[in-house]
Design a protein around this ligand. Sequence first.
Ligand code: CTP
Ligand code: MG
Length: 190
Amino acid sequence: MDVLEFLLLVLLGFWLMLPAYVPNSAAVLFGGGLPIDMGKSWRGKRILGDGKTWRGLIGGVAAGTGIGIVQLYIAYPFDKIDFFGFGKVPEAMAIVFVLAIGSLLGDMVGAFIKRRLGLERGAKAPVLDQYNFIAGAFILTLICFPDWFMRSFVNGEHIISLLAVLIITPLLHRGVNIIGYKRGLKKVPW
Ligand code: CTP
Ligand code: MG
């Protein structure tokens, strides 16, 4: 494999995961209002907390799915068969939706675990904060579209796409959150 092939596989990983990255940032913009757990607690601690809202969830999933559909439009003129890795329409649209919803479900599982550990909303949870949404998106697509997941992120040289996403995501997450914090969109820079 040459350098160009390697870089293309790295890029492909981020291209395919974009519908999972966008919901996280979009949730910050759309978030607010009614919490998903309706304010309820379990064993003395909030189930999810005020940081997980219906508006954030719905807005985030819509934004992630929207960006995915834009990607399909961008890819179409160049690659009418595989849409640059997303596969055939309409399955490709379902994959995009599953990536978006998996991302925010993973984020909710992360919040659930944080509350069980006694961490307040917004408290720092290394590893969990950086990987919850990526893990959610990977696991849900693995369940819903196992063949697509294997051919895109596991089989042969495609493992490079998976490793690139796993290695670069914490840096990306940190960078985006610092920007969000400086622009006053986020309360904490993590
Ligand atoms: N957000 C939302 N709904 C979601 C996810 C996120 O409204 N489903 C918004 C909230 O305003 C949240 C912000 O996006 O505060 C940042 O998200 P995140 O860092 O995941 O939440 P935290 O505030 O850190 O809360 P937690 O400790 O529960 O992760
Ligand atoms: Mg947080």
